[in-house]
Design a binder for this molecule. Structure first.
Ligand code: PLP
Length: 398
């Protein structure tokens, strides 16, 4: 299948989101084709043998690859400025595949403490079952990363901004420490989106996404993607996906490809709404705290300026009255939906203590600044005034 004539030029991100990676069949379709097929057939047994041995290029089986997946992977790679990408069934499949591909029994991993609950479980609970030790550090403290390094440290892992307190970690600083230790840095870039932060350019070796979030952006499918240099992907990721099968469905790859076309306009609008919420709610008498990476009073505002192009589509805030106050507020909302997801066309709100970070002990949550009254708001595409009226009205109920 030939690449479309616009597929590989280095246009600006918004243009790459619409055109990069497109492969056209002989039918010359406008929209990307959905190849909903498990496998492929061959003209001869010799051709089949040559395809399997890799002597002849071409698709073999959709656990390994598929033309619709190739389009999604190439579009993501063009957006991220990565040499290679591999799609996975979920964001957690991307995180787990990247980390498990990188380490062996006897290795050690250093990660930031402030992680999405499942990522923390993989590092704290699951890797040790395979003989991989881990140390969790306060991510914003570069000296803590340095101190945690051991002779057998192979991988560093972080997300920035973090879930749910929107702490921002100095990616270039952590990458330097990792490389001096002979380790590789994997960054979960979900909260920043590929539009606002480019970890590979800041020195990271691998970037992972839950495509379930802003990339789909309309609450339909789960997906993930792993990006890095060709060598990183071939050495650590390619065989793991091929042999263990955390592969993305072609249908979901097609939905995500179409999601990418509108990513820039959606994220821009969501950021504008999140910024407006951060202004309207800041200093509100029913709140004890508000965190937004676009604000000058953000604890890492200098790093935000250094490594991010814009704030965020998310705002975190803590209502007075702990869990009871938070629940009263949530139950008074009429438009913003209570859920654990983010990055959707619909404005969403999450109570981390009882959902995404339920597994942590109260002491572990307190260490991360996750109080019982903390809420994480994800801006949608509604009219910003309707969202603001809903949030302010519900605060009256607290
Ligand atoms: C920061 C972060 N990483 C990874 C994931 C996992 O993504 P998925 O739900 O697609 O497996 C999430 C999901 O909530 C997330 O917030």
């Amino acid at each position: 299948m030939p690449a479309s004539k616009n597929a590989s030029k280095s246009y600006r991100p918004e243009t790459r989101l619409v055109h990069a990676g497109t492969l056209r069949s002989d039918f010359q379709e406008t929209s990307e084709a959905l190849f909903l097929t498990q496998g492929y057939v061959y003209d001869t047994a010799e051709q089949c043998e040559a395809r399997f041995s890799g002597k002849l290029p071409g698709y073999v089986y959709s656990r390994y690859s598929n033309p619709t997946l190739t389009m999604f992977e190439q579009r993501m790679a063009a957006l991220e400025g990565a040499e290679a990408a591999r799609a996975t069934a979920t964001g957690m499949a991307a995180v787990t595949t990247a980390l498990m591909g990188l380490v062996r029994a006897g290795d050690h991993v250093v990660a930031a403490k402030a992680l999405f609950g499942s990522c923390r479980w993989v590092i704290e609970e699951w890797l040790p079952r395979f003989g991989v030790e881990s140390t969790l550090v306060h991510g914003a403290d570069l000296s803590a990363w340095k101190k945690a390094v051991r002779k057998n440290t192979k991988a560093f892992f972080l997300e920035s901004p973090t879930n749910p307190t929107l702490e921002v970690i100095d990616i270039a600083g952590v990458a330097d420490i990792a490389h001096n230790a002979g380790a590789e840095l994997v960054v979960d870039n979900v909260f920043a989106t590929p539009l606002y932060q480019s970890p590979l350019k800041l020195g990271a070796d691998c970037v992972v996404y839950s495509a379930t979030k802003h990339i789909d952006g309309q609450g339909r499918v789960l997906g993930g993607v792993i990006l890095g240099a060709e060598k990183f992907i071939m050495d650590n990721v390619h065989q793991v996906i091929r042999q263990t099968g955390p592969s993305l469905s072609p249908f979901n790859a097609w939905v995500l490809l179409k999601g990418l076309e509108t990513l820039a306009v959606r994220v821009q609008r969501q950021t504008d709404t999140a910024a407006a919420v951060s202004v309207a709610l800041h200093g509100h008498k029913k709140l004890t705290r508000l965190i937004y990476p676009g604000r000058p009073d953000h604890p890492q505002a200098d790093i935000v300026r250094k490594q991010m192009k814009a704030g965020s589509t998310l705002v975190a805030f803590e209502v007075k009255g702990g869990k009871e106050g938070a629940f009263r507020f949530l139950n008074a909302l009429k438009l913003v939906a209570i859920t654990n997801n983010l990055g959707d066309a619909k404005s969403l709100i999450t109570h981390p203590t009882t959902t995404t970070h339920q597994r942590l002990t109260p002491a572990q949550r307190a260490e991360l600044g996750i109080g019982d009254g903390l809420l994480r708001f994800s801006a949608g595409l509604e009219h910003p005034d309707d969202v603001l009226e809903d949030l302010l009205g519900a605060l009256d109920a607290v």
